[in-house]
Design a protein. Structure first.
Length: 433
């Protein structure tokens, strides 16, 4: 992982928190802590509540990268949806990418992958809403855990010790989106292993005062015990290796947390992977980091550094025009003009549908827009379908003087219309630079 000492290397950082998932409250608490820690280290960090507000700000060019501390699915930012949107905008972010986030959020598919790789995990039965939970119970036997397949923070989770409790447990889990899962309950010690930059931190053994490490024990109770490291010697090494194998198997990267049970006979059983773990006063990753000699501010800095690796990988995949326009300072402004010319040639040749790189140059750098507009006007003078598509694409990306130049150009109305629409939006204040 790339390490930096200067906070300016990160640029302006959005700490996205809250959202609309069932874990909103925990995410807000985590986000406030992360924001305070980054600012204490000199990072130009700003809080953003939810995905729509974040994407609006990112498209307007207000942020260089994103620290994702959203939790959960359906607006929670931990299910691959946010990751895909940021990838499409070439904005680096912390944590796993689309595949790792989506797979780890779905406990059923996570367990299928682990089973295929012979990684130990408790027996389970997937359950559609409205299906016969009693049939699943007959396959597994008591006791079992009933949970939503795509929630975290122990939301909607029930222990079922008697069959008479099964219907209520299934009804609770069915309140949440997605399928349910009935899982064989492992009676033994519970552990969690944090992963940072493809290395494990010391394990934690969780000892709740009650019989179950539920939502209250995680985020409210002050009497839950956390023993770190949770194991010693070869057992600790074996647990760390298993956690890392499980993390990698789901395509996860950056940072996360793997939850594991240990049976009375000493066998480990994988439960789930969390790709955006909590960062509250009760959360486990900060406790593991502290045991490794890392304070909370340093932990947040190290997590943010994982976005630099993603940025480097993304840059290698971009079209040369996009890499030019993304350069810093004067190089970026000159590169943007070169990007517009290069994109213009690509669009004429049919290599860049809808003039994607010129649009990128328009949106990324004010100094690039004039060059992009000039390239678009040259395209508009052509007669080929590729040139017409390129011109319309550049018009969509144009702002300010670029849009004005395109709107006034005496070309075909279909090519000028997007630029005219852009000017209308700017005049009503809905589009800002």
């Amino acid at each position: 992982m790339k390490h930096v000492d200067d906070a300016r290397a990160f640029g302006r950082v959005a700490v996205v928190m809250g959202g609309t998932s069932a874990e909103r409250a925990v995410s807000l608490d985590s986000g406030r802590n992360v924001l305070e820690a980054l600012r204490a280290r000199g990072v130009d960090a700003h809080g953003i509540d939810g995905i729509p507000a974040l994407l609006d700000a990112v498209r307007a060019g207000h942020f260089a990268r994103v620290f994702n501390i959203l939790h959960g699915q359906h607006g929670g930012g931990e299910d691959g949806v946010l990751q895909g949107a940021l990838d499409s905008l070439h904005v680096p972010y912390t944590g796993s990418g689309v595949l790792g986030a989506a797979l780890s959020m779905d406990k059923i598919r996570s367990k299928w992958i682990w089973q295929a790789l012979a990684l130990p995990t408790p027996a389970f039965v997937p359950l559609r809403k409205g299906s016969d939970a009693h049939a699943a119970l007959r396959k597994l036997g008591l006791p079992v855990i009933v949970k939503p397949a795509c929630e975290g923070s122990s939301v909607g989770v029930s222990r079922v010790l008697a069959e008479s409790d099964l219907d209520a447990a299934a009804a609770l889990a069915a309140h949440y989106p997605g399928d349910l899962m009935v899982e064989q309950m492992v009676e033994g010690a519970e552990y969690t292993v944090a992963v940072l930059d493809d290395h494990t931190l010391p394990s934690i053994r969780i000892v709740p005062k009650g019989q179950f490490y539920d939502y209250h024990a995680k985020y409210v109770a002050a009497d839950t015990q956390y023993l770190c490291p949770g194991l010693q010697g070869d057992d600790e090494t074996a647990l760390g290796a298993l956690a890392l194998d499980a993390f990698r198997a789901l395509g996860c990267s950056g940072w996360g947390r793997v939850d594991v049970m240990r049976t009375a006979s000493g066998e480990f059983q994988l439960l789930e992977v969390n790709t955006a773990p909590g960062m509250t006063s009760h959360s486990l990753v900060p406790k593991a980091a502290a045991a490794a000699g890392m304070d909370f501010e340093t932990l947040c800095w190290r997590i943010l550094e994982t976005s630099l690796d993603r940025e480097a990988r993304d840059a290698r995949r971009r079209h040369p025009a996009e890499r030019l326009a993304a350069g810093p300072g004067r190089a970026g402004r000159a590169g943007g003009r070169g990007a517009a010319r290069l994109a213009g040639r690509g669009a004429v040749a049919g290599e860049i549908p809808h003039h994607r790189c010129a649009v990128y140059a328009c949106q990324r750098r004010r100094g690039c827009r004039r060059g992009a507009a000039a390239a678009a006007k040259r395209l508009l003078r052509g007669r080929s379908a590729a040139r017409a598509r390129g011109g319309r694409g550049a018009a969509l990306g144009g702002r300010g003087r670029s849009a004005q130049a395109l709107a006034e150009y005496p070309g075909d109305q279909p090519a000028r219309a997007p630029a005219v629409g852009t000017l209308d939006r700017e005049s009503t204040g809905r589009c800002r630079w």
